[in-house]
Design a binder for this molecule. Sequence first.
Ligand code: SF4
Length: 450
Amino acid sequence: MSIQNSRLSSEDLEKNFSDLHPPFDHPEGALLEANRCINCFDAPCTKLCPTSIQIPLFIKQIASGNLKGSAHTIFSSNIMGGGCSKVCPVEKLCEGACVYNLLEETPIAIAKLQRYATEKAIDEQWKLFTRKPSNGKKVAIVGAGPAGLSCAHSLSLEGVDVTVFEKEAKGGGLMTYGVAAYKVTPEFCEAEVKYITSIGGIEIKYNQELGKTIHLDELRKKHDAVFLGIGVGIARGLQIPGEELQGVEDAISFIYNLRTSDYSKVGVGDNVAVIGMGMTAIDAATQSKRLGAKEVTLLYRRTEQEKPCTDVELELARLDGCNILWLSAPKEIIGENGKAKKLVCSKMKLGAPDASGRKSPVDTGETFELEVDMVIKAAGQIPFEDLVTKSAIENKEGKIKIDKSGKTNIPGVFSGGDAVNGGKEVVDAVQAGKDAAEGILEYLKKQTGK
Ligand code: SF4
């Protein structure tokens, strides 16, 4: 029993990590689905989209054969509409709000239709936007994730020259490095970044890390404004004995390795325990299974009712054969020869609601043990507190404080997305980038009078 690479053949790995939601096989399929949409007035699907995509309009455009118009409608609201069609938890957003649910019928496949239009645009490099001529204003954006890229695109459209500083070797942020590969492939992520920047006026400088190779003061001196889209930081520790043992890893690093290496080179155990029940926990659990782990067990200290993941995500983990343990919290990891061997868990019960409004987990004093050779920690992420605090940016436990226009306490410095909210959906970050771009344009206007 140990962590090993290449448990499966390359054919099996290829199959296990192929696209989870295949696109329409034929254009007729998309047309049929688009024609089911009844173009609701005051469409509830649009209301639940954080970027307010005009969903009935783009679906109507597909139904009438105007695919370019459809892609334009989507990208006008959400320039990462392609990626979002693959990673958004649509069951709790647009598709969850579709009126067909009230009729107890299958909701319109909004994400699949959105993907249909946007993939075509990206594949064929349709030029749907033209930026205004350069107005000589310069903005630095730190982070080429969804918030940064969305902000960059909105600013560039208005003629601002944008330089994006990204600490990784590729753009896309969470989409490229933090989501299960079978939801959004590395090839798609690269193509999406290329498409967004093809508008011109956006230069991405890779391997540039704030506080190391670049510094906020310098960026401020050389640019008219700065947007910080730095996301959230390291994984939250479990604070239990044995966390230092070999075989204990955090989900962020595990998924990062999967996204940056050959699948056959990513080690996985026979018996994997994943702590947490958010999207990252599910992604880590299902991918462990798909790498060839024999047993994968997800542990959550509350009940199914309080789980942070969606029903669809939970079902995915179940379909992949993962075990689910509710009301279970890690207490200690016992090792042998420096390697994780057993996970001691506390049985929990629910007590009074805590600050989050959810019933709090209370230790019953009873324990049980799981045989493990790998423990993946997916109990949330901590903001870049050090980085933020050192920069003198007003923050709350590392989460950057902003006003309605995205402005921080430092003149000319804006922020948005996970760095501010502590971690939400990709689509929320896209909207935050758009909102901040509006704030920046307003700020630049006031500074220069044009
Ligand atoms: Fe179409 Fe459903 Fe949106 Fe109504 S709610 S416009 S049927 S997708």
